[in-house]
Unconditional design. Sequence first.
Length: 204
Amino acid sequence: MKLDRGYLIVFEGIDGTGKSTHCRLLGDYLESLGLQVQRLFEPTIGYWGMKIRKLLVEGRGDISPEEELSWFINDRKEDVEQNIQPALAKNKIVILDRYYYSTAAYQGALGLNPEKIIRENEAFAPKPDRVFLFTTTPEHCLERIQSSREKHSAFEKLEYLKKVQTIFDSFSDPVIRRIDSIPPADEVHAHLRREVSDLLPLPK
Ligand code: TYD
C-alpha cells in the first residue's frame, strides 16, 4: 500500500521507558499492513553521532553545554538531509527514536533555553506529524536502567533525569501525545495502534 505523502512519527521520553521496543513493535505492525517504514534513531551512527556516543560512555569532561548542543544539531542536520527528507520524499513512514524534543529536554536540563533549542531545530528539521512522548517516573526509569545495563552513562543520573522530565512535561505542542509507559507492553502497543489509526489512512 502506497501513501500519498510521507509521515514522520517520533518517539520521545527519558531513558528506560521502553520506547525503543515500541518503535520496533509499531514499525513491525505498520510493515505487516504493507506500508513502507523507515526506522531511524538519534543520535545516529554518523560522524557527529559517534562523537556523541563516545561522550555518553566516557562522560562529558570539559565539553560545554553549548558545544554539546552543537554536536546534536550537526548530527540532526546530517540525519535530516541524508535519511529523513529522502524517506519522506518517497512517501515512507519514518519512525524516529528521539528527535529535537530530546535536545530541548536533555540539553535544556544543562541550563540552555528549551524554547530556543526548539526554534533552532525547527529552522531546518521537518516538523513531525506525531510525537509519542513516553511518560513514567524517573525512579521507575532508573530501576529499569540499572537492572538492564551494567554501566550507567553520565546521562542517566536521577537528578538530571528529573530535570529532563520536567522539561518534557512542560511541552504543549499539539503534535505531542503522551503515552503512559507503566502498563504492560501489549497494552502500550495497543494504545499506539489506536493513535496511528487516527493519524494514518490505514486499511479498515
Ligand atoms: P541512546 O543510546 O539512544 O539511549 P536510549 O535508547 O535510552 O534512547 O542514547 C541517547 C541518549 O542521548 C539519551 O540519554 C538522550 C541523549 N540525547 C540528548 O541528550 N540530546 C538529544 O538531542 C538526543 C537525540 C539524545
